[in-house]
Design a protein around this ligand. Structure first.
Ligand code: DGL
Length: 278
């Protein structure tokens, strides 16, 4: 493994799939000269229906790869991986900064007027001890309705951002929040901002919707010192199909000309694997 800190020139970012692009987008805006490497663990998405052990094992394998490629900072652009793996990652690489992504409970406590907060997250995040302790530490006498939302990430991964089926699913997941009359809701999964209009439509105009990706990117910015001669770069890798991810990026993000490579450690295919270019 590469250990010389002067050679660690990249920011490594990962998620189960496309969700972390919401964070990466902010990072690119805040750190325009940074060398960024994004890993989408598409073959294992969604993390939200996996066990804590699986999520941890995937996160460790990914971090190992990002470090080998030269990461000097790792952004876990995934609430689910943060909930179940950030402690293990920090224990394994104590000298490397890891920036996690967690629902903005504290900003929600400040924002709420009626003391009722809703949190939309993956089932694995909703069930995590880390979330429970975050809530216990910060909410005081406010009420937090935590809603796990199975099925949503799968659709976003498939490029569905507005179908009637997705609207129905979103509406069903928002029902407990409406019933509790929350006035503030948190998008606790990095995939969810891609369908923000659907959450808004279902929750209604009186509910303030809070997102976290800008704060995560700012935290990363505060920890990163780009080298003076830095040439910006963006490398994207996926454990799934590079062509499909590339098509998703073009269609949803409008990003053209980014190389997407296959990352298949099980098959011994790493950075040198097949790639898709424009
Ligand atoms: N985007 C991720 C999160 O923020 C993971 C979603 C999933 O794979 O279930 O939790």
């Amino acid at each position: 493994m590469q250990t010389d800190p002067s050679l660690r020139r990249e920011i490594g970012v990962f998620d189960s799939g496309v969700g972390g692009f919401t964070v990466l987008r902010e990072l690119r805006a805040l750190l325009p000269t940074a060398r960024l490497r994004y890993l989408a663990d598409t073959a294992y998405a969604p993390y939200g229906s996996r066990s804590p052990d699986e999520i941890r094992a995937r996160s460790i394998a990914i971090a190992e790869h990002l470090i080998e490629q030269g990461a000097g900072l790792i952004v876990i652009a995934c609430n689910t991986a943060t909930a179940h793996a950030i402690e293990a990652l920090r224990a394994r690489w104590p000298d490397l900064p890891f920036v996690g992504t967690e629902p903005g409970i504290k900003p929600a406590v400040v924002a709420t007027r009626n003391g009722r907060i809703g949190l939309l997250a993956t089932p694995a995040t909703a069930a995590s001890d880390r979330l429970r302790s975050l809530i216990e530490r910060h909410v005081g006498d406010r009420q937090v309705v935590v809603q796990g939302c199975p099925g949503v990430v799968d659709r976003i991964e498939a490029g569905d951002l507005d179908s009637a089926e997705l609207c129905t699913l979103v509406d069903r997941h928002c029902e407990p929040l409406r019933a509790a009359r929350v006035d503030t809701a948190l998008l606790g999964c990095t995939h969810y901002p891609f369908i923000e209009p659907l959450w808004r439509a279902s929750l209604g105009p009186g509910v303030e919707l809070l997102r976290i990706e800008t704060a995560v990117a700012r935290r990363a910015e505060s920890l990163w010192t780009p080298a003076p001669d830095e040439q910006p770069a963006l490398d994207v890798e996926t454990s799934g199909d590079p062509a499909a991810l590339k098509a998703w990026m073009t269609q949803v993000l409008g990003w053209e000309g980014v190389t997407v490579r296959a990352w298949r450690p099980e098959l011994g295919i790493g950075p040198a694997g097949p790639s898709v270019r424009n």
